[in-house]
Design a protein around this ligand. Structure first.
Ligand SMILES: [Zn+2]
Length: 131
């Protein structure tokens, strides 16, 4: 019986590039699928090789929810706040928060662009605002 060592995801490159204002994702070397979250194996073809590719930080709001509780200390003064699923033009879907959309607004379908800024304990994260 053989055992495979679990692949630990390493997304440190994503965060390092974000701190420089760039969005990068793993692109499968075998089928070109863009992976997010970072993974040791391609969910499309099970390939293990990849390169990091920069993508345009623009996309469309695919879904969202309004949170009325702060699930992290740095969000206390922002309640209520939205959490959105943004579909980048490259096809990757990314969870983030929206800037410039009041909580009562329906942003689905809105074109957005990432800004990179410090949030909570993270040095820099992508946050989306109107494109
Ligand atoms: Zn693949």
């Amino acid at each position: 019986m053989s055992h495979q060592t679990p692949q630990v995801q390493d997304d440190s490159r994503f965060w390092a590039e974000a701190s420089e204002g760039r969005l990068v994702f793993q692109r499968c070397a075998d089928c070109a699928f863009l992976r997010w979250p970072a993974a040791g194996v391609c969910p499309e073809c099970l390939g293990r090789s990849f390169a990091w590719d920069e993508v345009e930080p623009v996309g469309t709001v695919w879904s969202f929810a309004v949170y009325h509780r702060a699930y992290a200390a740095h969000l206390r003064e922002r309640v209520p706040y939205n959490v959105a699923l943004v579909e980048l033009d490259s096809g990757v879907r990314l969870l983030s928060t929206l800037d410039g959309f009041p909580p009562e607004a329906d942003p689905i379908g809105a074109r957005v662009r990432a800004r990179f800024r410090a949030v909570g304990e993270h040095p820099v994260v992508p946050v989306f605002g109107p494109a």
